[in-house]
Design a protein around this ligand. Sequence first.
Ligand code: IMP
Ligand code: MG
Length: 186
Amino acid sequence: MGVHWYDHLDEEVGEILYDSDVIQRRVRELGAQITRDYAGKIPHLIGILKGASIFHADLVRAIDLGVSFDFMAVGSYGASTRSSGEVRILKDLDESLEGRDVLLVEDILDTGLTLHYLLQNLESRGPRSIRVVALLNKPSRREIEVRADYIGFDIPDKFVIGYGLDFDQRYRNLPTISILKVRRAQ
Ligand code: IMP
Ligand code: MG
């Protein structure tokens, strides 16, 4: 398949957890499940920038229903791999949630602090329903209880990159989900 920019990244990119075929298959399954659960409705898929952008783009096309979507950006890890627990809205939604069936699309559920904050914030905006879809879930890292209605993969406590997930803003366009070799600051 030719030579790619990520072929010689042994220093930072470790084991592949999921290759792109496995990711695409799971995204299609999630899309099919959402299609069944939302039959007759128009789900409003809110992607949390930037990590969920790639997952969101694939997921909306795996849903065989009319959908609408919007994006929101919240404060993230920056260059560190540690969550501060502080969440700030960097870019708010463009549209009202009044009466909508919202599906919050997250890249990864780690401590749960980001999602907990987002759910509280969005629930106060009058949606008819809110559910959460997270591509990845690290159950062992949870600091606060949050519900995720659809989960792509449960993963161990490793810092992962690729398919939208970054380390210091890099590796988002890696086609695989792989483990970062740099030790995480705990
Ligand atoms: P939480 O608030 O701790 O649940 O963190 C959620 C956010 O942290 C995600 O939306 C990601 O941006 C980031 N994050 C958590 N774990 C990882 C990881 O393993 N790789 C890349 N980003 C991560
Ligand atoms: Mg990030």
